[in-house]
Design a protein around this ligand. Structure first.
Ligand code: FEO
Length: 394
């Protein structure tokens, strides 16, 4: 992508990655992604805010050249992960003498991960500033969005906040700014669910700080920029809160349809009781879609057949991932079928020590469900409905 002008002397110089479909060899990218980097030309100093993924570093360097950048004084690194830092060594080669400006923890990680020599750094602590001449950058530490070294950079006079990954979205789009909020909402929620959710308790104070700054533009490293910051700030306020919705996620696999019949019974009964049901067949599921539904759901039900003595591996995988994501789920249950025995319940609960949910009565049966098993599933639906009613959700 060519450079795009944000304001006079401020440019977006990163690029979309339209084709990438997997991040960290784990996270699906149905809409591609972008690696945003920004060039700021102050009256005395020129600075690059973040780099890009090393696979597209040639585009970043071309963009700097096309803008006539002959000297780069500073490269601010808000986050050491390689999709932003990976191009920094090449930028340093192209602009010898430029310094990497970041906090001490980020500098240490950049030394470890991409071998930037220690003498290349200018270190800044929380709230310290850097003059560009007519403009001033200020740095705010914001650890664990989503690594421990992360920070924000604030261009004071222009009221632009560069937040690194925070508030971003894996979305390749030609829009420099968010233009379709409904679409970006889903992409940003997916990004939050997959990457940020485990650290949600740290975020309210970051949101407070951003709101108190009076930000006009939020420039993240992934996805379109926000020129209506309240859109994404309000969304994050909702997602990071302890509030859950009247939603039940049913994540299931069935091999010979016994568990499938059980899941169908539970789904229908829950709908009859007035609950919203989000169903994910874990055979070939986009795990990001499950993660999105876990952001808000009050209840999750794992439904699995027994493979050997434990849950189906697809269910175990999803439960393991959910445990990493630490959703605010309040209630959980396990249903499923076995052929001759097993420890599915114990194994699934053991995989979810991070999820502080109250476990409701399991329904784990031998073989294909009988009348009394469907009755047990209806009682479980009643129990879930009661819990949702007590929580004021229904
Ligand atoms: Fe976009 Fe955590 O890197």
């Amino acid at each position: 992508m060519n450079p795009r002008k944000i304001r006079e002397n401020i440019w977006a110089v990163g690029t979309n990655d339209w084709d990438r479909r997997l991040f960290d060899e784990l996270i699906p990218l149905p809409e591609g992604t972008s690696y945003n980097a920004f060039l700021i030309r102050g009256s005395e100093k020129t600075v690059l805010i973040d780099g890009v993924d090393p696979t597209v570093e040639g585009i970043l360097l071309n963009n700097l050249r096309s803008l006539g950048v002959e000297t780069l004084d500073y490269i601010v690194s808000n986050h050491a992960e390689q999709d932003h830092s990976g191009a920094i060594p090449s930028v340093l080669d192209a602009y010898p003498g430029s310094k990497v400006v970041t906090n001490p923890r980020c500098a240490e990680m950049l030394m470890d991960h991409i071998h930037i020599p220690g003498e290349n750094f200018i270190l800044k602590e929380d709230e310290e500033t850097l003059s560009l001449g007519d403009w001033t950058l200020q740095f705010f530490l914001a650890p664990f969005v989503h690594w421990p070294e992360t920070q924000f950079t604030w261009l004071q006079e222009e009221k632009i906040l560069f937040t690194g990954d925070f508030l971003g979205s894996h979305l390749a789009t030609s829009d420099l700014y968010v233009r379709n909020e409904a679409s970006v909402y889903i992409s940003a929620k997916r990004y939050y669910a997959e990457i940020m959710m485990p650290f949600r308790r740290k975020f309210p104070k970051y949101l407070d700080r951003i709101e108190n700054l009076g930000v006009e533009i939020i420039a993240t490293t992934h996805g379109p920029l926000y020129d209506r910051p309240e859109f994404i700030l309000d969304a994050y306020r909702d997602w990071v809160s302890d509030n859950v919705k009247n939603d039940v996620v049913i994540a299931y696999v069935s091999m010979h349809d016994s568990t499938g019949e059980m899941a169908a019974c539970l789904i229908n009964t829950l709908i009859d009781r007035g609950l919203n049901v989000k169903v994910h067949n874990l055979t070939g599921v986009d795990i990001g879609e499950l993660a999105i539904d876990l952001v808000d759901a009050a209840t999750i039900v794992w439904a699995s057949p027994t493979v050997s003595v434990g849950p189906h591996p697809n269910v175990a995988y999803a439960a393991f991932l959910a445990n990493i994501l630490k959703p605010k789920t309040k209630f959980a249950a396990v249903i499923g079928s076995y052929g001759w025995g097993g420890k599915m319940l114990e194994q699934l609960q053991g995989l979810q020590s991070n999820i502080k949910a109250e476990y409701l009565d399991p329904v784990i049966i031998k073989g294909r469900p009988r009348k009394e098993d469907f009755s047990a599933l209806e009682r479980l639906a009643d129990q879930i409905a009661e819990k949702h009613t007590e929580a004021g959700l229904l």
